[in-house]
Design a protein around this ligand. Structure first.
Ligand SMILES: Nc1ncnc2c1ncn2[C@@H]1O[C@H](COP(=O)(O)OP(=O)(O)OP(=O)(O)O)[C@@H](O)[C@H]1O
Length: 236
């Protein structure tokens, strides 16, 4: 038998857990009120809610881009309070920003998608191969040398998705991934996400997309996160 010093994560331990999380903005007031939530392996949780309900705020709190005064974020079994602890969480949880322009920063598409794998320590050749494969899976082959800031809204969305998926994070956190996508691209995205083993938290206003993908749907309203639907599709 071998022993490891690494903390063991039991399969019934949530990947991400939120306990009694509350958040308020100055002038806006309370956005989240005592929110509790747990994400387990293989779950695809879609959160919907009206504009301004606090969905993006919730995702940013989960990954530590905003810090709550009240409540706990527990990532992969470890409570996160400090920047170092959130850095560890972010290494395993890939966030797709609502606005692609917050995510694209390299001159060309390939450089942008490669950036993550290179940072993870893959060789240039490996990073290129992984990036080309991910772009192909998303139907974006041929875009490698395109200038990112010249892309259309939907193209930017797909490239930012590629830059998150190529990292193969343990958890995918996607803020309105279908924004600006046409029906063909949405269908391709559903197929790509359904085939992935990762757990996901997805914000979406797109009911059809949510129904196809979600194993669990939640609604955020008046600061409260409530269960909306039982599983709509079987987890692969
Ligand atoms: N820095 C800030 N200061 C003050 N209020 C803010 C700030 N950021 C967001 N808000 C407000 O907090 C509320 C929640 O914003 P958030 O972006 O989380 O909503 P959302 O549910 O993601 O909305 P949408 O569906 O429109 O993207 C909104 O009323 C927004 O105007």
């Amino acid at each position: 038998m071998t022993y490891s010093n690494k903390p063991m994560i039991k399969s019934d331990t949530p990947l991400i857990e939120i306990n009694n999380l509350s958040y308020a903005y100055p002038r806006r007031g309370s956005v989240l009120k005592d929110v509790n939530f747990a994400l387990y392996e293989s779950q695809r949780v879609v959160i919907n809610g009206d504009n301004g309900a606090g969905k993006t705020t919730l995702l940013h709190l989960i990954v530590g881009l905003k810090k709550a005064k009240q409540g706990d974020i527990i990532g992969f079994g470890e409570t996160c309070k400090t920047e170092k602890e959130f850095n560890k969480l972010r290494a395993k949880a890939g966030l797709l920003f609502q606005d692609p322009d917050d995510q694209l920063f390299c001159p060309t598409v390939l450089e942008d998608v490669m950036f993550g794998p290179l940072n993870l320590g893959f060789t240039k050749q490996q990073a290129i191969e992984k990036s080309l494969q991910t772009l192909k899976n998303l139907g974006m082959q041929g875009f490698e040398s395109r200038i990112t800031h010249q892309l259309s809204g939907g193209e930017k969305r797909m490239i930012t998705l590629a830059s998150v998926l190529v990292m193969e994070p343990k958890v995918l956190i996607l803020d309105e991934p279908t924004n600006a996508l046409d029906e063909k691209a949405k269908t391709r995205l559903v197929n790509v996400l359904q085939a992935l083993p990762q757990a996901m938290i997805i914000i979406s206003h797109d009911k059809l997309f949510s129904d196809k993908l979600a194993t669990r749907q939640l609604n955020l309203k008046d600061g409260l996160l409530t269960e909306q639907l039982a599983a709509t599709v079987a987890v692969a």
